[in-house]
Design a protein around this ligand. Structure first.
Ligand code: GLV
Length: 381
């Protein structure tokens, strides 16, 4: 992988190797993709201050995330269907994260189950939870995460109804892929993918199949979310989850200061400033534009994490400069997974690590704790 020097190289490779329906599922956003684009554009608008003649010979990228030591100030975000980017994708990503010394988050909508991942790694991972109408099943999922010794529960708040992703509808995205002539031709041109997925442990949603009625026959994500996810989700449910989950709780999908204030009072350890990677409310502000107000309002009460649009180490630095304590990396690692499995995820993490390291040096920064608003050019904020 010597010719791979940046996340975009991994994206190009993933585009060639992963069937279109699954590549687009990860890559695209909802409706007109305004928010998807704004996440990237607003990050790039933020200019970094070049500082010189600061001794940066000793640099340290390590930090702690919700009290857990981490070698880098980012974690891997929960992403559905990793096992459709590459066979056993969740296990491979969890292993790459573990080797790099950063947290991995397993999505409810994963292909490998909680138990599959727990059996494949030594260190605790995080589990992301969607609240479904069937609270008995939600409780069972939480109990499975406890049994698997997950160290944090990431409760996603911004997907109780699905923002339409036009690409998924047009591609007829289903799990496993439907035997349609278009799909078959596409898969025939991606034999490496087909072999890896055929060899993978599962071909369906590992946390749900066999547990949720009708799950084995309903394979369209949109259909399933519409039928199962609970649009009545509210702060009382967060209290309930808090009462059945004994460990750290992370609330993901906060974009508004008023919601951030409620999150800070909820007993959660952290919140994630997120618009679901521009996949939900199209027209919502970029996460980087929402971040400073949220940090000002609640940064001293609750740990603030950030996601949305991070493709470089420079982006990680920008988010930290505006007050995030750590970032969640989504598409950047999924491209690595689709491009080359575990080695690709490791490559994505390493690219971000190297970019962050060099960028810290060139901004005169030695440690993660030193990163603050002084690193960005004032009038760019
Ligand atoms: C699920 O979390 C999705 O964004 O598709």
């Amino acid at each position: 992988m010597t010719s791979i020097t940046c996340i975009d190289d991994l994206r190009q490779l993933a585009r060639r190797r992963v069937p279109r329906a699954f590549f687009d599922y990860a890559d695209r956003g909802s409706y007109s993709e305004q928010t998807l684009r704004a996440n990237r554009e607003d990050l790039q608008r933020l200019k970094l201050r070049q500082r010189v003649l600061v001794d940066v010979s000793e640099r340290d990228l390590s930090t702690s995330i919700i009290g857990e030591p981490a070698s880098l100030p980012f974690s891997l975000a929960p992403i559905g269907l990793c096992g459709m980017q590459h066979g056993d994708g969740e296990i491979l990503s969890a292993r790459a994260a573990q080797e790099a010394g950063i947290p991995f988050t397993l999505s409810t909508m994963s292909i490998c189950s909680i138990e599959d991942v727990a059996a494949a790694v030594d260190k605790p991972f995080w589990f992301q939870l969607y609240v479904m109408r069937d609270r008995g099943f939600v409780r069972a999922l939480v109990e499975r995460a406890i049994a698997a010794k997950c160290s944090a529960l990431v409760l996603t708040l911004d997907l109780q109804v699905l923002g339409q992703r036009h690409a998924d509808v047009k591609n007829g995205m289903t799990v496993p892929p439907e035997i349609r002539i278009k799909n078959v031709i596409d898969i025939m041109t991606k034999p490496g993918w087909a072999i890896s997925v055929l060899r993978g442990r599962r071909k369906n949603f590992g946390n749900l199949a066999g547990h949720v009625k009708g799950m084995d026959s309903v394979n369209s994500l949109a259909h399933w979310i519409a039928g199962q996810f609970d649009p009545a989700l509210n702060w009382k449910d967060v209290e309930w989850i808090r009462s059945i989950w004994p460990s750290k709780l992370i609330l993901k999908g906060i974009l508004d200061v008023e919601d951030a204030r409620l999150a800070a009072k909820s007993g959660a350890s952290a919140l994630v400033v997120s618009n679901h990677g521009g996949r939900q409310l199209d027209g919502a502000p970029s996460t980087i534009s929402a971040l400073p107000k949220i940090v000002d309002a609640v940064g001293s009460e609750i740990e603030v994490m950030f996601d949305g649009g991070i493709r470089t180490g420079q982006d990680v630095l920008r988010a930290l400069a505006l007050g995030a304590r750590s970032c969640m990396i989504g598409r950047a690692y999924i491209y690595g997974l689709g491009a080359a499995g575990q080695a690709g995820v490791a490559k994505a993490i390493d690219i971000l690590r190297q970019e962050l390291d060099v960028t810290m040096a060139l901004t005169g920064t030695r440690r993660v704790a030193e990163i603050d608003g002084r690193i960005v050019v004032d009038d760019a904020r």
